[in-house]
Write a protein of this length. Structure first.
Length: 225
């Protein structure tokens, strides 16, 4: 005996639906950790390594010049490291045009020492050292042109050596940093995420105290009479 179409539809209506389980409330945390780790790994693998090399020069006061003047002139010469005149003189030895050379050189001076540090940056370790040495030599030559007027000259203290290790993060380090950043972001998401619907806190509040016989059961009122 076959069922009629109405009976089949009735059976289909009564068939229970499969409930889709809700993900746990803390699911953003592992998801963001994995996303951060993948991003850090991709950055470490796809980004070209970056090398840095540093050379140093020292400002020296001449015979009749106050030694404290060397510190001030070291600050001034440090500002001239990225000037057009210095970079134009250094571009031949550095093998870089002035525009590229300006983005790959930085200088640092100390308020306590008449030292100038010139750092060259490149994707090739040997080129990074060549950039630093070419620029520090250009600064030293510039100081010689005005040494008779200033009474201070620069001397090259140390040459930049070819670096062995890049300063850019490696793939394992990038993965760890990305995972840590993802975990921190996931924790913040859990803190600011609103509670699910249905979560409530109920408190029992006592009713008003009966006064003047109001709200007292009938049996109690009869006894009071």
């Amino acid at each position: 005996m076959t069922d009629s179409p109405e009976q089949r539809r009735h059976v289909l209506r009564r068939r229970p639906r499969t409930a889709v389980p809700r993900p746990p409330r803390w699911w953003p945390l592992p998801a963001l950790v994995l996303l951060g780790a993948a991003s850090g790994l991709s950055y470490g693998l796809l980004t070209a390594p970056r090398y840095e090399a540093t050379s140093y020069a020292m400002a020296v006061a001449q015979e009749e010049t106050d030694p404290s003047a060397a510190l001030g002139y070291a600050q001034s010469f440090g500002r001239l490291v990225t000037s057009d005149a210095t970079l134009s003189y250094a571009q031949g030895a550095a093998g870089e045009p002035v525009r590229e050379l300006r983005s790959r050189v930085r200088s640092e001076t100390s308020p306590d020492s008449p030292m100038i540090a010139v750092t060259g940056t490149s994707t090739q370790p040997r080129r990074a050292a060549d950039i630093a040495n070419a620029v520090i030599e250009a600064v030293v030559v510039s100081s010689e042109h005005v040494s008779e007027d200033t009474g201070v000259k620069l001397i090259e203290f140390t040459h930049a050596m070819t670096p062995d290790q890049p300063v850019s993060p490696s793939a394992p380090l990038g993965t760890a940093v990305g995972a840590a950043a993802g975990g921190l972001l996931g924790g913040l998401v859990l803190l600011v995420r609103p509670r699910r619907a249905g979560w409530s806190v109920s408190a029992q509040v006592p009713g008003p105290t009966a006064s003047g016989g109001q709200g007292v059961p009938a049996g109690d009122r009869e006894l009071a009479r």
